[in-house]
Ligand binder design. Structure first.
Ligand code: NAD
Length: 481
């Protein structure tokens, strides 16, 4: 059990202000205690951030920002194992995935540290005596509000470019994984050169601390990753103070599997992406498999074989191939979708509790597959966020595109085929921010991610990801007499 202090407006705050506890979803044991902050802390953080932007060189000195961020990346690189263990304890994911999650941030932070020195504008000759200079400036004070499923990845995805662009950032991590988030941020706030107040950690519930941030007139931008309904509420609440918002929300991603695909690779990739990676609790999870009808039977058989005998258990056990569902609420939500599926569709695999575990305290759910699902059923239209896959047949590419686009979401997708023309046609037809061809869940610091339709507003990562945290200003010089 670890008790955390958080860094607010340049001061450490401990749990005497009140706290929330974090429970290991694989055992039910309390593992972390984190301060539950109040409006007073939010105000102090905003004020310190505004002051730091005025009094320090942070927003104008790109080399300073790059240096601080490179120091931070080195600190992260030296602490991967300790941070990964805490991440698994709080989230329930496999330790290998946790190490990947932490380790990958070194690359993301270094990429953004490099980008910091590329922020630039342009100039236009607008007449013999007129010059327009367009400068790119930071937004100001940015709130980064993040979820629990990939808590470090999704915090850094906004925090690193926001800092690189010269903003001050107030991080509000998800309560369920706040301990590891605070431990990760400690490595940043202790970096030499970071002006006091530029980064604060605002732990506490979303409804209280999160909402206070969204409504705060001193905050200029909200970068939010999380559930669609929370995102819509944030859009409404942020409208009163006309804040810029970037939203990365849920998904119901289609995996289009053509009969000519390399089936072995396709099935292994799919099982990894919807079941063993974070037990399906990942926004890009390919929860809808669309299979060319002629391959339907073969694919269902292969899938059932691939998941039979998968070892589900504690993320810290090296034998485990799939970890726990992170929260009790999420566990119950997934089970209610499975119950519904059993009534209205055909259960192909799973759907039963995992044997040999105490279901009163441990959140384990077996990989579950349904066919014959009504396309308009919540099973097919809503994000389940767990290890549940629906399978639908298609006859033509046009039908595949229609089915792929038949939900309110448009976050990610995949096309598996060995025919390049088909891959191109299908990729262009699918309305989603990412289409992976013969692969899945490949993320790079260089390439943007984001949602079509109800999956979000704005783009994160890559060059657009940095620009998202800036605004332009036209300075006009007119020396006409
Ligand atoms: P959530 O919306 O419940 O919470 C996300 C964050 O928002 C948390 O820090 C929470 O405390 C805070 N919050 C909650 N209510 C708030 C409010 N009214 N005002 C301000 N902040 C508030 O989401 P979750 O359950 O933590 O995460 C799962 C969801 O996140 C899924 O829907 C998943 O698809 C989505 N997600 C999206 C992406 C993406 O990149 N598109 C990535 C990962 C997760």
């Amino acid at each position: 059990m670890k008790e955390y202090e958080v860094f607010v407006a340049g001061e450490w705050v401990d749990t005497t202000v009140g706290f929330s506890s974090i429970v290991d979803p694989a055992t039910g044991n309390e593992v972390s205690k984190v301060p539950a902050l109040t409006a007073k802390h939010v105000d102090a953080a905003v004020q310190a951030a505004q002051q730091a932007l005025v009094e320090s060189r942070w927003s104008t000195d790109a080399a300073l920002r790059a240096d601080v961020m490179l120091r931070w990346a080195n600190q992260v690189a030296s602490n991967v194992d300790t941070l990964a263990e805490r991440l698994t304890l709080e989230n329930g994911k496999l330790l290998g995935e946790a190490k990947f999650e932490i380790g990958h941030q070194v690359n993301v932070i270094r990429f953004n540290a490099g980008l910091a020195r590329t922020v630039s504008g342009r100039s236009h000759s607008l007449g013999p005596d007129v010059m327009g200079v367009v400068v790119r400036e930071p937004m100001g004070v940015v709130a980064v509000i993040s979820p629990w499923n990939w808590p470090i990845t999704l915090m850094v995805r906004d925090l690193a470019p926001a800092l690189a662009a010269g903003n001050a950032v107030l991080c509000k991590p998800a309560s369920q994984t706040a301990g590891v988030s605070v431990e990760f941020l400690k490595l940043l706030v202790e970096c030499e050169g970071l002006p006091k107040g530029i980064v604060s950690m605002l732990t506490g519930s979303g409804r209280k601390v999160g909402q206070l941030m969204v409504e705060h007139p001193g905050i200029d931008m909200i970068a939010f990753t999380g559930d669609g309904s929370t995102g819509k509420q944030i859009s409404r609440d942020a409208a009163d103070t006309v804040k810029k918002i970037a939203l990365e929300l849920g998904g119901k991603s289609p995996f289009v599997l053509c009969a000519d695909a390399d089936m072995e690779k396709a099935i292994a990739t799919l099982v990894r992406a919807i079941f063993t990676t974070t037990s399906g609790q990942i926004c890009t999870a390919p929860s809808r498999l669309l299979v060319e009808a002629s391959a339907m039977q073969d694919v269902c058989q292969r899938l059932s074989q691939a998941i039979a005998g998968l070892k589900i258990g504690s993320g810290l056990d090296p034998e485990s191939q799939m970890g726990a569902i992170t929260t009790r609420d999420q566990y119950e939500k997934v089970l209610s979708f499975i119950d519904r599926g059993k009534k209205e569709a055909t259960l192909v695999a799973g759907g039963e509790p995992v044997e040999g575990v105490d279901h009163d305290v441990c959140n384990f759910i077996a990989p579950t597959i349904f066919t014959d699902v009504d396309p308009k059923s919540p099973l097919m239209q809503e994000e389940i966020f767990g290890p549940v896959l629906t399978v639908q047949p298609f006859e033509t590419d046009e039908e595949a595109i229609k089915l792929a686009n038949d939900t309110p979401f448009g976050l990610a997708s995949a096309v598996f085929t060995q025919n390049l023309d088909r891959a191109w046609r299908l990729s262009r037809g699918i309305k989603a921010g990412t289409v992976w061809v013969n692969t899945y869940n490949r993320f790079y610091a260089e390439t943007e991610v984001g949602g079509y339709k109800e999956s979000g507003i704005g783009r994160m990562a890559g060059f657009e990801g940095l620009n998202e945290f800036t605004q332009t200003k036209h300075i006009n010089f007119d020396s006409t007499v």
